[in-house]
Design a protein around this ligand. Structure first.
Ligand SMILES: O=P(O)(O)OC[C@H]1O[C@](O)(CO)[C@@H](O)[C@@H]1O
Length: 243
């Protein structure tokens, strides 16, 4: 099967996340056992509109990706990404952040912050077309498509690290599942905080504006410095996540 997109006049081939990749993290294990493997979502990584842009992006140690998540249910749970954390920036006590923009459809971003063994903060950002959602340093994150439309979203991220999936797998998913009936705590996590809801927002300091295509930052990659050196922007991240 597969799914392709056209970007920069080129047909792009995705990495495909299969249902069986999600064995440990789905809420409804009974449903999981009752269905065959299937394609879930499509990840188009390292995109650029031109060769010139690609040189700039690579030189800047950045990555622009598009992810397409068609609507689906995992039994009673809405389709979601596997969930991952980013590692710390070498030599720093802070992990790499990321920024998403919804290109089509609606996204529900579920963020969780770990301190030691505990999740100390859980944040939900509901985003629609054009909206910007920042994943600050030290927040693991899952994207849910809780709609009946295709979700297409883009991200800018530093390309110098690999994501860590084990914390989500080990806990059988994120801190909260999003079910048809609403958010459900994952009881494998102890003392979970209640969800805080924040809204997508412009971040002028990073050149990010809801409704303005963030791909254009390829022409102003200094604005994306926060993705590589988050330690220099800690105060700003705090003010964005703690509104
Ligand atoms: O890596 P996951 O958790 O499957 O999430 C999917 C999306 O997240 C990213 O890895 C960026 O964090 C995208 O490249 C990818 O398409």
């Amino acid at each position: 099967m597969g799914y392709t997109i056209e970007f920069g006049g080129v047909e792009r081939q995705p990495n495909i996340r299969m249902l069986h990749d999600m064995k440990e993290v789905v809420y409804d294990h009974e449903w999981f056992r009752s269905v065959d493997d299937m394609e879930l979502y499509y990840m188009f990584r390292h995109l650029s509109l031109s060769e010139e842009d690609l040189k700039i992006i690579n030189k800047s140690h950045l990555r622009y990706d598009i992810t397409v998540i068609p609507p689906a249910m995992f039994g009673s749970e809405f389709i979601k990404t596997a969930g991952h954390y980013h590692p710390n920036v070498p030599g720093q006590e802070i992990s790499y952040p990321e920024v998403y923009q919804v290109l089509e459809g609606e996204a529900t971003y579920i963020l969780q912050k770990h301190v030691g063994d505990d999740v100390v903060d859980t944040v939900v950002i509901k985003a629609k077309k054009g909206d910007i959602a920042l994943i600050p340093p030290d927040y693991g994150h899952v994207t849910v498509n809780a709609s009946d439309e295709i979700l297409k979203m883009a991200n800018w991220v530093c390309c110098d690290f690999s994501s860590s999936y084990a914390p989500f797998r080990d806990m059988e998913g994120g801190a909260y599942y999003l079910l048809e009936s609403g958010f459900m705590k994952n009881h494998r996590y102890e003392n979970l905080p209640e969800i805080r809801y924040i809204t997508p927002t412009d971040i002028p300091e990073f050149g990010l504006f809801c409704g303005r295509d963030m791909y254009d930052l390829v022409n102003d990659t200094e604005k994306l410095e926060f993705l590589k050196s988050p330690q220099n922007f800690a105060g700003l991240f705090e003010s964005i996540i703690n509104v």
